[in-house]
Design a protein around this ligand. Structure first.
Ligand code: PMP
Length: 318
């Protein structure tokens, strides 16, 4: 049980809420046998403006899930509204009123190798994510000798479970070698992304991040940061990045729904900048945190409230 300690008690499983220990799927399904499963990881934060819990960029996550299902030819009739209801209801059913991470998976429940028909099941689960300081999110990264999967074989731009075998190969090697994180190069030898996050590097005072055609997931956090930084008069270059640029970077961080903004303090044992958290990285984190917590009016449309307005966190919790 301790393994699940940080998780909310109920899991949504294809139409029902069940206690997490009872959330079971067919061991012979294509989902289990061949990883026919796509998913989203998204966050909900307590909003500083009203105290409600708010999901971050829910429509964009659901659109990406729809895209992942489409690419893998899952036949289903889940509308984005139906998926949104599953996510919101899972949070409500679990009485979640604190920072949390939500995982929504769609998977092939059938058993035939080539089946796409069905049925397509859904799993939605919640884990609690207490707020962390940026100082507690730092890491040192290795450049992997494993290459990122390529669009011609296994598209990294969508979020299917099979892609994470590639991530795990690299991450297990890197942690075995004493690193916290790993950076992939793509099939052309250019920087792609980390195992489950995207990378930004500061070069000559300008932020750069790989293009989404360079072997990355179409990251919602990356997109958010590009837009936030543009508004902060800090343009980001989306371009090919060479490996050697990582060793010359002034600052670097990885980003993702789960990671948020996590400073990278070294690559392959060479310190980034002076080896500490850089001021420009802190600024990115402050901007992003303000948006996540509803303090930026211009980006409040990225937040979807979980509880009805009259049942916000403070009202209900006090
Ligand atoms: N790349 C990979 C491989 C990931 O798993 C993630 C996490 N979803 C990201 C990048 C960051 O994506 P997002 O910002 O949408 O969470």
């Amino acid at each position: 049980m301790a393994r699940y300690a940080g998780m909310a008690p109920y899991v949504y499983l294809s139409g029902e809420f069940v206690p997490q220990q009872e959330a079971k799927i067919d061991a012979l399904s294509v989902a289990v046998k061949y990883a026919a499963l796509v998913f989203e990881g998204m966050v909900a934060h307590v909003d500083d403006a009203g105290g409600n819990l708010a999901l971050y960029r829910l429509p964009e996550h659901l659109a990406r899930l729809q895209g992942s299902m489409r690419l893998l030819r899952f036949r289903h009739d889940y509308s984005e509204q139906a998926l949104a209801d599953v996510v919101t209801e899972t949070l409500r059913r679990n009485e979640v009123r604190e920072d949390a991470h939500v995982r929504l998976c769609a998977f092939v429940e059938g058993r035939g190798y080539n089946t796409t028909a069905e049925p397509i099941g859904l799993i939605c689960s919640v884990s609690f994510r207490p707020k962390r300081r940026i100082e507690d999110k730092t890491g040192r990264a290795a450049i992997s000798s494993w290459r990122r999967i390529d669009d011609q074989a296994m598209p990294p731009r969508v979020k299917c479970a099979g892609n994470y075998s590639n991530s795990r190969l690299a991450m297990l090697q890197a942690t075995q070698d004493g690193y916290d994180e790993v950076i992939f190069l793509n099939q052309n030898g250019k920087v792609a992304e980390a195992a489950s996050s995207c990378l930004f590097v500061l070069r000559n005072g300008v932020w750069a991040t790989s293009r989404s055609t360079d072997g990355t997931l179409e990251s919602i956090t990356r997109d958010s940061l590009i837009k936030l930084l543009a508004r902060d008069a800090t343009p980001v270059e989306e371009r090919e990045i060479d490996r050697s640029e990582l060793y010359l970077a002034q600052e670097a961080f990885i980003c993702g729904s789960g990671y948020e903004v996590a400073p990278i303090l070294g690559f392959d044992g060479l310190a980034v900048g002076d080896g500490g958290i850089g001021p420009r990285t802190r600024r990115v984190w402050e901007l992003y945190e303000a948006v996540l917590r509803g303090r930026e009016a211009a980006f409040r449309h990225w937040l979807t409230p979980v509880w009805p307005a009259d049942a916000g966190l403070r009202a209900a919790g006090e």
